[in-house]
Design a protein around this ligand. Structure first.
Ligand code: G3H
Length: 535
């Protein structure tokens, strides 16, 4: 089947994304401004033809400001002013008012669903269903965060007494936050750090990713209207020029970053005093699936296909390597190949499209390089047409058996390539995990309680989530999302994120000297030192 290159007329009108008129806009110091400087064409993933039979080209969906150092620092200064050394309007506002503002934002965001979803489809190629899911999950995350903030506030509404000291402990904001999200979940992953940071009282500079930046722009008005000036500021363009310059000032207190380890190191060490920078990071991963001899192979293949290929394998939690016991390796690989060849390759808005075009320039060539290398080391592409590529298209490839010397054994491919290798002894699985620089998750497919239990006991000390007879995944968002080694710093979940972006501060007095505390409470003279139930 040839890859689809529609003409404009063949794209259903409701899904067509013309060049986005608001793409040069950015938000700084409570104003939406139009960028007059250099802008880069945002090439959508979908390649269109002028007419039937004409050559195809990536359809331009916007022009993204390539901000210079000066503009990036202006955004930072706006956040620094909003923080005002902890005396700004937002960090000193009552929790109740911050919650109300965030709720208003969530409502305003929900109204932009169709616009954001369409941009997600065209910019990063996420299929309609998954784009809608990303949007809805983000709104739900905001609402769950608001609920959790209320819980946290209620829990802080009391005094603790120990050793003659009476204290009230609550969580206070940390300061100016730089937030950078990834291209694969530009709304969801970015907002799972952005929203907790904001609601806890921290002003934010949000650096938009290179791909997947436009889908945030329909929300600029909501940010401007719901939060005081300078609380949310956006920056786009080259990371080293913008985020690099921001970090070098030393004015950032918290760094929230989802992306590669390399970029994380550059950003972190760009700060002149890294010891005072708090960081929360979601980084690289290569989650393996271990298929044991007694595994239910149909179940393993069903979970494996979703784990390896949903959103074209472009998830940090994707299953990026399968190690299968020799006794069932051929049978499992065959099932994976069959299932992969049935995945519908289609345009993001088409019903049932599972494999869609890739946003990153040069990605298909890179994947082809990994597959060629594995083939040189003795593997084959098992599914018919696997690895075929053209422009932004790449047909999913199941590669078997991948040798230890091949790049696919260790590289994070982040795309629709599924390496399968063979193991004989369980010891090889431990070695794999221990030797890996990553430490996010793994899946185990098997039934023998003794074998699975023994593996679990070792893997929990190397990884942070072991999925039994199920693919790896981040959600639901109430569960901790974290990793060891090169995979993460800090933990994100609805509850954890609020702790990441705040610190426990305490007001204390000696027993017998509580008069001033009692007077403050009676006169409602403090927003921190209060026993009023706000919710
Ligand atoms: O890229 C990492 C995402 O957070 C994965 O989330 O496992 O829920 O798709 P997910």
């Amino acid at each position: 089947m040839p890859f689809p290159y529609p003409t404009r007329a063949q794209v259903p009108a409701v899904h067509f994304q013309p060049e986005y008129a608001g793409s040069r806009r950015y938000l700084v110091d409570g104003e939406i401004r139009e960028w007059g400087g250099k802008a880069e064409a945002v090439e959508g993933v979908v390649m269109l033809r002028e007419a039937e039979g004409a050559a195809q080209a990536r359809h331009v969906v916007g022009r993204l400001p390539q901000m210079d150092e000066g503009a990036a620092l202006a955004a930072l200064d706006a956040a620094v002013r909003a923080w005002d050394r902890g005396r700004g309007v937002w960090p000193t506002m009552s929790v109740k008012e911050r919650v109300e503002a965030t709720r208003r934002f969530s409502k305003a965001m929900a109204e932009k669903r169709a616009e954001c979803v369409r941009l997600l489809m065209w910019e990063i190629g996420k299929n309609l269903k998954d784009s809608e899911k990303e949007f809805d999950r983000t709104v739900e995350y905001i609402d769950a965060t608001v609920q959790e903030v209320k819980e946290l506030d209620r829990a802080g509404n009391r005094f603790s007494i120990d050793g003659g000291v009476v204290g009230m402990i609550r969580r206070a904001p940390l300061g100016v936050t730089l937030c950078l999200g990834p291209f694969n979940y530009p709304l969801n992953e970015t907002f799972t750090t952005l929203i907790p940071a904001i609601v806890m009282g921290n002003p934010v500079v949000m650096k938009l990713p290179r791909y997947g930046a436009l889908c945030v722009l329909p929300l600029l008005e909501a940010f401007r209207d719901c939060f005081p000036r300078g609380v949310v500021n956006t920056v786009s363009g080259d990371g080293a020029t913008t985020a690099g310059a921001i970090q070098r000032t030393g004015k950032v207190d918290v760094l929230a970053f989802i992306g590669s380890c390399r970029a994380a190191d550059i950003l972190k060490h760009g700060h002149p005093a890294p010891h005072r920078l708090r960081s929360v990071m979601g980084l690289s991963a290569k989650n393996p699936a271990f298929v044991l001899p007694d595994a239910d192979l149909d179940l393993a293949a069903a979970e494996g296909i979703t784990g390896a290929f949903s959103f074209n394998g472009q998830r940090c939690t994707a299953l990026k390597h399968f190690l299968v016991h020799r006794s069932v390796a051929e049978a499992f690989a065959g099932r994976m190949a069959d299932a992969a060849s049935k995945l519908k390759v289609g345009l993001p808005w088409e019903d049932g499209a599972k494999i869609t075009p890739l946003p990153e320039h040069g990605k298909a060539e890179k994947l082809a390089g990994y597959v060629d290398d594995a083939v040189r080391h003795g593997a084959k592409v098992l599914n018919a047409g696997g690895g075929e590529r053209e422009g932004t298209w790449y047909r999913p490839a199941v590669v078997f058996p991948v040798a230890k010397a091949a790049q696919l054994w260790s590289v994070e491919q982040f795309g629709p390539v599924c390496p399968i290798s063979v193991f004989d002894r369980e010891e090889e699985l431990f070695d794999y995990v221990v030797d890996s620089p990553y430490g996010q998750q793994a899946s185990i497919f098997g039934r023998d309680p003794k074998k699975v239990g023994a593996l679990v006991d070792v893997l929990v000390n190397q990884l942070c989530r072991i999925n039994l007879n199920a693919q790896c995944q981040r959600g639901p968002d109430s569960f901790p999302f974290t990793g060891r080694k090169d995979s993460a710093e800090g933990t994100l979940s609805v509850t954890d994120a609020l702790r990441v972006f705040s610190i426990r501060s305490m007001v204390a007095t000696k027993e017998g000297s509580e008069q001033v505390v009692s007077d403050i409470l009676t006169h409602r003279a403090s927003k921190f030192l209060t026993t009023d139930f706000l919710f």
